[in-house]
Design a protein around this ligand. Sequence first.
Ligand SMILES: Cc1cc2nc3c(=O)[nH]c(=O)nc-3n(C[C@H](O)[C@H](O)[C@H](O)COP(=O)(O)O)c2cc1C
Ligand code: SF4
Length: 476
Amino acid sequence: MRYFTYRSLAELEAAARAVGAVHVRFVHDRTRVQELLSRKVAVGGFLTGNSMAIHPMEGCDGTLDGKPDELTWRRYERFARGGAKLIWFEATAVRADGRANTRQLMLDRNTVSEFARLVEMMRRVHREEWGTADDLLIPVQLTHSGRYSHPVRVIAYHNPLIDQKTGTPPDCPVISDDEIERLEDFYVDAAGLALEAGFAAADIKATHGYLLSELLGAKTREGRYGGPLENRTRFFRNVFGKIRAKYGRRLMLCMRLGCFDGVPYVTDPETGLGKPLPYPVPYPWGWGVNSMNPLEPDLTEVKQAIRWFQEWGLELLNVSLGSPYYNPHLGRPFEKPDEGNYEEPEHPLLGVDRHFRVAGELQQEFPELPMAGTGYSWLQKYFIHAGAANIEDGRIRFVGIGRGALTYPDFARDVIEKGELDESRVCKTLTYCTYLMRQKHNELGQFPTGCPPFDKSVYGPIMKQARETKRRMQGN
Ligand SMILES: Cc1cc2nc3c(=O)[nH]c(=O)nc-3n(C[C@H](O)[C@H](O)[C@H](O)COP(=O)(O)O)c2cc1C
Ligand code: SF4
């Protein structure tokens, strides 16, 4: 279904009012947009050169042993030249069994020197374009893919609805406490390697349904890492503590935190729209959910956890929502679903509104902790106006863009130089990038992903090949 039909900011603004997206507001004045997005941001002891961020965007294009490959280099060169001063480096596994696909990046002794070369390149080209890289912050996102690990899933607990949606058998073993404790040391080692590679910051990723995000919602899990909030946050307390003890303040600690899991959605066969799987009330699982109405966030525990994370050393937070595997409309409001997935169950403006509401509430609760907000790409060229309004109101410190950066890696330059974006270059949220990410049927076991419609010369042929080989395999 086509939602984004607006020919002006005024039309989009009227639509936001009409659907009740009260947190989606806009700064109209171009100069003011420039000023707000060019604001420097203090992050711990660091000062970033502006308020624009590129979210972590996996390209599924590493070598089989986890090193950055040709397309990885290309992507980060484009991002580094682009002008955003916070470039959040994509999900990078801390060990082999935590990789989501055969081409996911992995930080270990064997790969660290390639990461160092890549970071050095990013800083060099950024300096060439912008005079300095001293105000460019590049956190690396450390991950264990948990339930979505390839080839063997690792789960923190059973949520029967997520099990149903992801084909997880009810007798699938749950990772043991001892194994979780051993995993802590892999994160600590990876943090040391991140430092060695030249990253100034490490993100202990806890979002999108991967292992650590699942752990936060493991209310029904027994033992040291489940049940009460103290137990569900134990992993972070231990990892932050060990990193601080080992590396002091040389490495900044960050998190991409999923702040609302929601419930799994499936396609309604009659309408093609997404609908939630039937759920019990009270809802005993999940993170940031209102147990009496799990379609709604409840940030009480999330706020308590952020308070602790800060005590343990957190200096920068990236706010996200939902899971791309079971409720993609929460995390990435879209015009068109990826092939075979459900159509938007709500007006995408309400999805954007939810992002702004949650991130705004958290940023206002913790004004001293800089946060990066998500959910902007659907707004197309007007996202900068919405981001500027959020910054102006103290409801976010960084305006972050995910898919939009694949189509338009140098959007920040146009903001800085012109105060407006080029309509022909903005992401139209058509979701081919997610489609490519899900394609595994080539000799490497994974197709690389990027933007086929707007980065055509590179990803057009990849898309064509993925489609044709799939059709041939299906015999039509
Ligand atoms: C192809 C693709 C790769 C992604 N890779 C990551 C990732 O590595 N880590 C992460 O936290 N989120 C990842 N995301 C989610 C984005 O960072 C972002 O949260 C999401 O796309 C919503 O923001 P947007 O509306 O600006 O695109 C990915 C999304 C896409 C489409
Ligand atoms: S394929 Fe391109 S236009 Fe479509 S959602 Fe991804 S980045 Fe945006």
